[in-house]
Design a protein around this ligand. Structure first.
Ligand SMILES: Cc1cc2nc3c(=O)[nH]c(=O)nc-3n(C[C@H](O)[C@H](O)[C@H](O)COP(=O)(O)OP(=O)(O)OC[C@H]3O[C@@H](n4cnc5c(N)ncnc54)[C@H](O)[C@@H]3O)c2cc1C
Length: 364
């Protein structure tokens, strides 16, 4: 039970990093739950949106796009299915921020009411302005996540589920890790514990960085109309909702909630479900027939809402956390960047914006 790297957490962050490191280091993933992907990774809305997350995140998303398109890491099939996105506004001023984020790699164009009516049947009065982003795609999250775990295993990586990291202490040039009933040794601990990232740091005697879990809800509605599956993702310029067709007569709707939470097995709150339906009904006249299911997951943010990727100032402790609402769409490039840093190679993208050392003053 002697490893070069132990990755704590088997969600998309840990699994994709495992795949990127595959075969280069003796690596173990430990996952507290019976199954990898039980928490945030298994609860996402599963889209790839070029401009989401702000200017520092865009390079990670854009670099991951072609990787996901080609079916990274093993190339079996593409994980993306093009859908397109329309960001809606009642007032053209509301689109200003979205337009400012425009990038040449994934350009968006302004569209007006007649085009909006053509693209979104049943659109209610008042939604007169829109931005069209044809590059937006659905991600096959389960396919991607499983392919990463499979690639990791194929190249000799080991996975222990139902094995929570309880504590770890530094002994010379390695860590002694207590995890479930196992005692493990490793040179490096990677903290890919999602909502528990600060908790895992504390268990390793490393100061937490203030990574906060925020709850986000999704509701699946059955609709009394068909032809919804291939409509674009509909996004609000003022970030109060988004929804997309999930099948011919089903939609996934989110009220864009961000409720502070302790790390936990998150569930949907009734009020958030009601808010989602109310906002949805203010956009289109599609009859809601039933709430088929609802769920929530925890999106984790560092104080500056950027991911935290890199070595801590405490020896042998590496952060791969704070992926907020973009952890799936950035996973390929983030994993490559982390793997380069862990292997002492120079990453293809600038790693400085993501370094945990940017919080150095807070750590004291
Ligand atoms: C509703 C919703 C919609 C979203 N939509 C999108 C989207 O459209 N596109 C996108 O890119 N992203 C989206 N996201 C964000 C994305 O899901 C996350 O960024 C991503 O899943 C984070 O992955 P993770 O591996 O860091 O976390 P997780 O999947 O939560 O994995 C962390 C793992 O660490 C384990 N763990 C914790 N503590 C320990 C311990 N002590 N020992 C061992 N294991 C431990 C946990 O059990 C967990 O399995 C969405 C999120 C939500 C909630």
């Amino acid at each position: 039970m002697d490893f070069d790297v132990i990755i704590v957490g088997g969600g998309i962050a840990g699994a994709s990093l495992g795949a990127a490191l595959a075969g280069r280091r003796r690596t173990l993933i430990i996952e507290a739950e019976e199954q990898c992907g039980y928490h945030t990774t298994g609860r996402s809305a599963a889209f790839w949106l070029a401009h989401y997350g702000g200017p520092e995140v865009i390079p990670l998303t854009l670099a991951s796009g072609p990787m996901l398109e080609r079916g990274w890491p093993a190339g079996e099939r593409s994980w993306l299915r093009r859908r397109g996105c329309i960001t809606l506004a009642r007032d053209t001023m509301d689109l200003r921020e979205a337009l400012a984020a425009n990038s040449p790699e994934a350009p968006v164009t302004e569209i007006k009411r007649p085009e909006l009516e053509r693209r979104i049947p049943g659109l209610r009065e008042g939604w007169n302005f829109g931005l069209d982003d044809p590059s937006c795609a659905d991600i096959d999250v389960a396919g991607l996540h499983q392919a990463c775990l499979a690639q990791f295993r194929r190249s000799g990586g080991q996975i222990l589920c139902s094995t929570p990291l309880d504590s770890a202490r530094r002994s010379g040039d390695h860590w002694v890790v207590e995890a479930g009933s196992d005692q493990l040794r490793t040179k490096v601990i990677v903290n890919a514990a999602g909502a528990w990232a600060d908790d895992v740091a504390r268990r390793c005697g490393v100061p937490p960085l203030g990574i906060k879990p925020l709850r986000r809800t999704v509701v699946q509605l059955r609709i009394g109309r068909s032809g919804l599956r291939d409509l674009p993702l509909i996004n609000d310029a003022l970030e109060r909702f988004y929804f997309k067709g999930e099948s011919d007569n089903r939609v996934w709707v989110s009220p864009h909630d961000e409720t502070a939470s302790d790390p936990c097995d998150a569930g949907a709150d009734e009020l958030d479900v009601a808010t989602a339906i109310d906002r949805f009904e203010s956009v289109v006249d599609w009859p809601v027939e039933a709430v088929e299911r609802s769920w929530a997951g925890l999106r984790s943010f560092a104080p500056d809402r950027l991911p935290v990727l890199g070595f801590d100032s405490n020896a042998g402790f590496f952060w791969c956390a704070g992926q907020g609402g973009f952890g799936i769409q950035t996973s390929g490039a983030a994993a490559s960047l982390c793997s380069a840093l862990l292997l002492g190679e120079s990453p293809a993208l600038d790693a400085r914006p993501f370094s945990p050392l940017r919080f150095a003053s807070q750590e004291k």
